[in-house]
Write a protein that binds this ligand. Structure first.
Ligand code: 13P
Length: 347
């Protein structure tokens, strides 16, 4: 296997102080977000929303790579270009979600296993021909009464490692995403403990499956108190817990860590990422973002399916991408969120 091209792609995704944009919501998830805003849920509205995203002016100044969904990579823009081509034109590396979703794990009530390994080798080769240079697979390991179990953690870690090896064999950089969601009343320490156990299991399996650590990106959750936890820690505490946890479990050979946002409010996600970069300026890996909701959500609300709102939605996307790029460099400030700043930044 040629590992240099994988390393080159991974480095490109992390370079330039930029981060990643996840725009790979499955059809049911995208429809759910559209339904909440009264947007019609069909192939054409999903396509035109994603066209709005990839044609946002200057997006490539803050976004290094974008993750597409199967439906989108097969669609075209009104210009006739494919989505991978449009992304390349914008200086953004095209990627693709290849998992088939988290399903109930048989025998483990309340726990999930991500499916999609069968036939994956052929699918990733097809995606590579369509222009994808990297891929994503999300595992979900929930915290609750008596969970996660070792059985769930091991099954998901093994699947992530098998996926990563298959991608590298086809020349795609795997984004390895083990998500410990923020749903529930657990506290910061519980999230820390579970995240550390999960990361140890994942890197164990990655090594067993001979995954080239230099040719992958880790996409973890931040270490956070659950949404229903009465005590919500500040950004500095979250930054310290997250980076200390990663330092115990993530080899320095990994070229980059790109966090998911997991349903955090957009501005809080930026503030927490910023705190990590201020407090750990010399961490072994660049600490960046691979957000979906924390970049897209304000823009989706503005767009609401109306052509007349498209420019304002693109301004909002650009603004959130720029805020997160600043956070990646430890330069994000609350003033960047002032209403008068968004148009200035977007000129
Ligand atoms: P969020 O940033 O909305 O958590 O999405 C990231 C992602 O790609 C989930 O798989």
């Amino acid at each position: 296997m040629k590992t240099q091209p994988l390393q080159d792609t991974a480095r490109k995704l992390i370079a330039g102080g930029k981060g990643l944009l996840a725009m790979d919501e499955s059809t049911p998830t995208c429809n759910k977000r559209f339904a909440a805003l009264g947007i019609p849920q069909n192939q054409e509205t999903r396509r035109s929303y994603r066209e709005l995203i990839v044609t946002t002016p200057h997006l490539g100044e803050s976004i290094s790579g974008a993750i597409l969904f199967d439906e989108t990579i097969r669609q075209t823009l009104t210009s006739g270009d494919t989505f991978p081509k449009a992304l390349l034109n914008a200086d953004i590396v095209p990627g693709i979600k290849v998992d088939l979703g988290a399903k109930d794990l048989a025998g483990f009530p309340g726990e999930k296993i991500t499916e999609g390994l069968d036939g994956l080798s052929a699918r990733v080769r097809e995606y590579a021909q369509m222009g994808a240079q990297f891929a994503k697979w999300r595992a979900v390991i929930a915290i609750g009464g008596g969970i996660p179990t070792p059985g769930c953690i091991e099954a998901n870690a093994h699947a992530l490692a098998r996926y990563a090896a298959i991608c590298q064999d086809a020349g795609l950089v795997p984004i390895v995403e083990p998500e410990v969601p923020m749903d529930g009343p657990h506290d910061l320490q519980q999230c820390y403990d579970v995240t550390e156990r999960v990361l140890h299991a994942v890197f164990n399996q990655l090594l067993r499956q001979r995954v080239v650590l230099e040719g992958m990106i880790l996409k973890p959750n931040m270490v956070l108190p659950g949404k229903d936890c009465p005590h919500q820690d500040g950004a500095d505490q979250v930054a310290d817990a997250t980076v200390h946890c990663l330092l115990r479990a993530v080899p320095a050979a990994v070229p980059g860590v790109a966090f998911l946002s997991g349903g955090q409010p957009s501005e809080l996600a930026s503030a927490r990422l910023n705190a990590m970069n201020v407090r750990f300026a010399s961490s072994p890996w660049p600490l960046t973002f691979s957000f979906s909701r924390a970049i897209q959500h304000p823009a989706l609300e503005i767009w609401s399916g109306q052509i007349a709102n498209a420019n304002a939605a693109q301004q909002s996307l650009r603004h959130r991408a720029e805020c997160n790029r600043a956070a990646r460099r430890g330069l994000y400030t609350a003033e960047m969120e002032a209403p008068s700043m968004a148009p200035i930044m977007s000129r």
